[in-house]
Design a protein around this ligand. Structure first.
Ligand code: PEP
Ligand code: MG
Length: 883
């Protein structure tokens, strides 16, 4: 069995998994020769045993004995020694920082005897009795599981009895009485005495820290931060130093540079005559760190020297906790500091300019998620807000507007120049116009891949989904929430990052980073953040191997994507072109009973499609545009069966002729499917509705010819969706080729397919024979691999799956490497085995997800395709993946 306990001098900063972040960094500082109070760390391995078995490993006691002996020898005093006791702190410290989530016990080693020794040694009896009462209080709460209020009430009573305003007004005798009180309380509530043996105190505190790994708040925090549930925490036993021994003592926090801007300078706070917890509790006001220079110049100079050493050593912003004990500086903790997204970018490029790191390292240190945060306008943090609900932050941003409940109302209001939030129980493709017109979308049902979410992200529009506290009644035009009612026309605000919903208008601040990507703010215009973003994204572009394309269906989206750096379109969903007034023609196509009727409907649609492709290909001149032939089930273009049935029945009841509605209802019933996502869609539709694919291909080919005649360079690629058998692709391809030949562009437009069914991935070697390229449709591939309905599961039960740790993040959001990812790899390997030069892309939602982009890089794809607003993130992450 490897060691379970390491002296601080035996570890280093790279041993975080074993020693936790705090332990590893205390070890590093010890070895740098910095003044760290001596101590040792009990490993996360010991914690894992405790969590599994309910007790510490049997050999731990001996190892601790050995390290305690060593510590006592070095300090020249013993735990519990009556005349001059050694005191230690027992602190948690996991590999990933979990601030405040787990337990700490200070002043371990005090008892009824040694408190007198401490009083004598420190010459400060009040301090000694205060330290003892703090120990009993922390021990009672943390180790013995008592309610904190028991102690707080007793403290309050002591103050009242004395007429004291603050803890500091209690003298040594008061505190001595309080200690007696606390000990009684311990006995009363737990049936046992407060343990007088220091080693018992220590052992119990260690077990309590281990146990706090599974406290409710720690579990919740880990889930949110995606920290593994089985990593365990280390425990640090550190000899105590005291910042509360008088005015020549104190405690503080420091940053080696400004954590919110990255600027160099002296940042932090200091509090004289205090312990760390007093700073956190905000009992007294701290002073700026710079004031320490006046208070205690020697300690200040030491601290400045140490900060420079730490920054030089870690080559990054560090944050520090320190204590001054009677004029002597001690380092209690350091770590590479947390920072805001803006500071991450600025610090990274500043460190390059200072010659501390190179530009590759700078790129490693910024994340796509941070860039995404910088791109959305956000609510002014200082504004007052009334929160009414919390849903799923489905598409980031901050939007305010008047509540509207229908697409038509949204469009009308937008035409009047009003800002609106479209509120629905859930959205459907019919709501698209309303979604475009609205500032934001709020639904009470659905998750991150619901229709509302996917479409909103595509448009870069703020969206909150699944706000289940809201009772949305579209017919009545009301939202009921917690007993109050919001009506159409009232102002609300939604935060698509946090999922919060507010009543009223919350002011927002725009993002300069978007202005830069849009081209309206030059990188050298003097905005330091924009300059940093520009430098790092330019470097990402230089080093990345993955291409970045966009998912776009309109010339406007395409143009924005180009400005954001897209290198083409990876997915144009042509079904999005059949909405709005064109639905009538689609309806006619579906209802056609004769060849003539069907051909008539197709003939109506063709010039419209041609116009779409002319615009799109012109906007994307000279770069590839992958156009996917129509995919979703036709009934999505028809009215709801239930609504129609009611309408027809009502008409009949009134003795009226339902006319067209009756014919429509028959068709809708005929086309109704129990599982439309697994039904008549994709290539199946093209193969069973004669002339549909041909119409689209003719529109693409003739738009291409026309643009070429204008001297342009259109580069369409035709993509067949939802293929599961090579025969399907052969048949579809034959038809596409026939039409291309008719228009005179035979062999000039690549014909490829989506890989979005497990079967397609498995037989990718066969499919590659009939495909010029593949694009992985990871939305459907996830849906069909897991058997999860992408439209339903997130709202229905994913939150419980996340809680139970079945996955740490929705597989619709970030690629499931083991399952769906394995199929992608299979598709890549088998496809390339047939055609080594086969071009491979991905166009599911995962194309814009940072973790997934790293996977696609590793899997050897040629490009990712994502919505326009995620292009910068994809460029950055593709660059980082290449390092
Ligand atoms: C997919 O399935 O991943 C895809 C891109 O197609 P859609 O989302 O349109 O089904
Ligand atoms: Mg799909």
């Amino acid at each position: 069995m490897p060691n379970l306990v390491y002296d601080f001098a035996a570890g280093n900063k790279d041993m975080k998994d074993l020693l936790g972040g705090k332990g590893a960094n205390l070890a590093e500082m010890t070895n740098l020769g910095l003044p760290v109070p001596p101590g040792f760390t009990i490993t996360t391995e010991a914690c894992k045993v405790y969590l599994k078995t309910g007790s510490v490993p049997p050999e731990l006691a001996d190892e601790i004995d050995h390290h305690v002996d060593e510590l006592q020898r070095r300090m020249g005093k013993k735990l519990g020694q009556a005349d001059d006791p050694l005191l230690v702190s027992v602190r948690s410290g996991a590999a990933a920082s979990m601030p405040g989530m787990m337990e700490t016990v200070l002043n371990v080693g005090l008892n009824d005897d040694s408190v007198n020794g401490l009083a004598h040694q420190s010459g400060n009896p009040r301090f000694a009795w205060d330290a003892y009462r703090r120990l009993i209080q922390m021990f009672g709460k943390t180790v013995l599981g008592m309610e904190g209020e028991v102690f707080e009430d007793a403290l309050e009573k002591a103050k009242e009895a004395k007429g004291a305003r603050s803890d500091l007004d209690l003298d040594a005798d008061d505190l001595k009485a309080l200690v007696e009180n606390f000990k009684h309380a311990v006995h009363e509530h737990t049936g046992r005495e407060f343990p007088q043996d220091p080693r018992t105190q220590m052992d119990l505190a260690i077990a309590a820290v281990f146990g706090s790994w599974n406290s409710e708040r720690a579990i919740l925090y880990r889930r949110q931060e995606r920290i593994g549930a089985d990593l365990g925490t280390a425990v640090n036993i550190c000899s105590m130093v005291f910042g509360n021994l008088g005015m020549d003592s104190g405690t503080g926090v420091a940053f080696t540079r400004d954590p919110s801007t990255g600027q160099q300078g002296v940042y932090g706070d200091y509090l004289q005559n205090a312990q760390g917890e007093d700073v956190v509790a905000g009992i007294r006001n701290t002073v700026p760190l710079a004031d320490l220079e006046q208070i205690d110049k020697a300690s200040y100079d030491d601290l400045m020297r140490i900060m420079a050493t730490l920054e030089g050593h870690y080559r990054d912003l560090c944050d520090i906790e320190f204590t001054v004990e009677r004029g002597k500086l001690w380092m209690l903790q350091t770590r590479v500091g947390k920072r805001t997204a803006a500071a991450a970018f600025r610090i990274a490029t500043s460190l390059v300019d200072e010659g501390v790191i190179d530009i590759d390292e700078a790129l490693r240190r910024v994340k796509g998620a941070q860039l995404a945060q910088l791109m959305f306008p956000r609510f002014d943090a200082d504004a007052s807000k009334e929160k009414i609900a919390k849903g799923i932050g489905a598409s980031p941003g901050a939007a305010s507007g008047k509540v509207v409940f229908t697409s038509a109302a949204a469009v009308e209001a937008a035409e009047r120049g009003e800002k609106v939030i479209l509120v629905r129980r859930e959205t459907n493709p019919d709501d698209l116009h309303g979604m475009i017109a609205a500032q934001g979308i709020l639904t009470s049902r659905g998750g991150k891949t619901s229709h509302a979410a996917v479409v909103a992200r595509g448009m870069g529009k703020t969206c909150v989904c699944g706000a289940e506290e809201l009772d949305v009644n579209v017919a009545q035009g009301t939202i009921k929430v917690h007993g109050s009612v919001i009506e159409a026309g009232e102002m609300i605000s939604i935060d698509g990052t946090t999922g919060e919903v507010f009543r009223g208008e919350v002011p927002v601040v725009p993002s300069p980073v978007v202005q830069y990507f849009e081209g309206s703010l030059a990188p050298d215009a003097g905005d330091e953040l924009v300059e940093s973003v520009h430098r790092l994204i330019s470097h990402a572009d230089d080093v990345r191997r993955l291409g970045v394309r966009t998912n776009a269906d309109t010339a406007e989206d395409a143009a924005r994507a180009l400005r954001f750096g897209a290198e083409g379109i990876g997915l144009c969903r042509t079904e999005h072109m059949f909405l709005g007034e064109r639905r009538v023609s689609v309806e006619r196509l579906i209802l056609a009973e004769t060849d003539e009727e069907r051909e008539g409907a197709l003939a109506e649609l063709e010039p419209l499609q041609r116009g779409d492709f002319l615009e799109l290909l012109a906007a994307m001149d000279g770069v590839p545009v992958t156009i996917r032939l129509i995919d979703p089930p036709l009934h999505e273009f028809l009215p709801s069966m239930e609504d129609l049935a009611v309408k027809v029945a009502l008409a009949r009841e009134r003795g009226e002729d339902p006319g067209h509605d009756a014919a429509l209802l028959v068709a809708v019933e005929r086309l109704h499917e129990e599982n439309p996502m697994l039904g008549l869609r994709g290539v199946r539709l093209g193969l069973v509705v004669p002339g549909l694919f041909a119409m689209q291909v003719r529109a693409i080919a003739s738009a291409t010819v026309e643009l070429r005649s204008q001297g342009k360079d259109p580069q369409p690629e035709i993509m067949i969706p939802l293929v599961g058998a090579v025969q399907e692709l052969h048949l579809a391809r034959d038809e596409v080729e026939r039409v291309l030949a008719e228009v005179g562009v035979a062999g000039e437009i690549p014909i490829g397919t989506m890989i979005e069914l497990p079967r397609a991935a498995v037989i990718a070697d066969q499919i590659a024979e009939a495909a010029d390229f593949f694009s992985f449709g990871t939305n459907d591939l996830t849906q069909t691999t897991w058997g999860f309905s992408r439209d339903d599961v997130e709202g229905a039960f994913f939150s419980r799956y996340l809680e139970k740790g079945i996955f740490a993040v929705s597989p619709f959001e970030s690629i499931d490497r083991e399952g769906v990812g394995a199929l992608v790899r299979t598709g890549v390997d088998r496809g390339r085995a047939t055609k080594p030069e086969l071009k491979l892309g991905i166009c599911g939602e995962h194309g814009g997800d940072p973790d997934s982009i790293h996977f696609f890089h590793e899997a050897g794809l040629d490009y990712v395709s994502c919505s326009p607003f995620r292009i910068p993130v994809a460029r950055l992450e593709a660059g980082r993946a290449s390092l």
